[in-house]
Design a protein around this ligand. Structure first.
Ligand SMILES: C[S@@+](CC[C@H](N)C(=O)[O-])C[C@H]1O[C@@H](n2cnc3c(N)ncnc32)[C@H](O)[C@@H]1O
Length: 259
């Protein structure tokens, strides 16, 4: 991986590394939109549950970084993420961060401390959630997302005069979108499409520092955006790379490069 990207000569840059280290190697003010879904750090919370959430957690979430941290460590990690994000975003750039509702307040505080302007907390509703423990309690069918802009109170918002609600509904990720390998928290392409279209323009650079299976990269490439994706886990990284490589982009400037 080149130490610093002097310019984004190729349009897809992928890094199998810790996101803080990789972000530190990128050029300041080079990103238009950060669209990301960091670990929610619910590992310890789930470990203590006596339902089969414990099993799910041990199978899936235990392998991911930042998921078993105590609260102070997680907060410190997220603060470093905001410091680097603030360095990389252009003035007026935007950020969408998925997060569990119980962490949203902390996330907004950290963002504001690092120069972000808080815009919206929205909800993604899953139309067909896993019916896990449905006879014990409410079925978990929602996730929150937080919308922030950097150093300006407004940024790109391509709504074409139409009202856009802070509530998106889609089905959970289909098996066809998982054909390169399973990721426990893979987001549906249809969901991320809404954010890419609304909050960025063709030719803009989109960054996902926690790219997982690469969904942000797939949608960014399909929509003629440049993309920088970072993923710590080797297996997820390889799957994301294959998935993004396979994505069709009909314009001539859609190069791939692994940094
Ligand atoms: C919630 S998942 C992202 C899922 C993604 N939105 C998708 O559609 O596949 C978070 C990802 O962040 C990765 N991760 C955790 N800590 C990381 C770190 N320090 N640097 C880079 N990636 C990290 C995990 O391995 C996991 O794949």
């Amino acid at each position: 991986m080149s130490k610093i990207l002097s310019s984004i000569e190729t349009n897809i840059l992928l890094s199998n590394d810790d996101c803080i280290k990789a972000m530190q190697r990128l050029h300041p003010e080079s990103v238009d939109l950060i669209l990301t879904d960091p670990p929610y750090n619910l590992g310890l919370f789930m470990k203590d549950r006596d339902t089969n959430l414990k099993k799910m957690r041990d199978n899936f979430f235990g392998a991911a970084g930042w998921d078993d941290l105590d609260f102070a460590e997680w907060e410190e990690s997220m603060n470093k993420f905001f410091i680097e994000s603030a360095r990389l975003l252009k003035k007026g750039g935007a950020m969408i961060v998925f997060m569990s509702v119980i962490k949203v307040e902390t996330l907004i505080r950290l963002a504001e401390q690092n120069g972000f302007y808080y815009k919206t907390t929205g909800i993604w509703h899953k139309l067909n959630p896993m019916p896990r423990n449905m006879n014990l309690h409410f079925v978990n069918s929602t996730e929150a997302w937080v919308y922030l802009t950097y150093k300006k109170k407004t940024g790109t918002f391509n709504n074409d005069g139409k009202m856009v609600h802070d509530f998106f509904e889609t089905a959970i990720t289909s098996s066809t979108e998982k054909k390169f390998g399973k990721h426990p928290t893979q987001k549906p392409e249809q969901l991320l499409q809404q954010f890419i279209s609304l909050l960025s323009n063709e030719g803009d650079t989109v960054l996902d520092p926690f790219m997982g299976s690469g969904t942000t990269g797939v949608v960014a490439k399909r929509n003629y955006r440049k993309f920088i994706g970072i993923e710590l886990n080797k297996e997820y990284f390889q799957n994301a790379k294959k998935r993004i490589e396979e994505t069709k982009c009909n314009k001539t400037n859609c190069g791939d490069n692994v940094i």
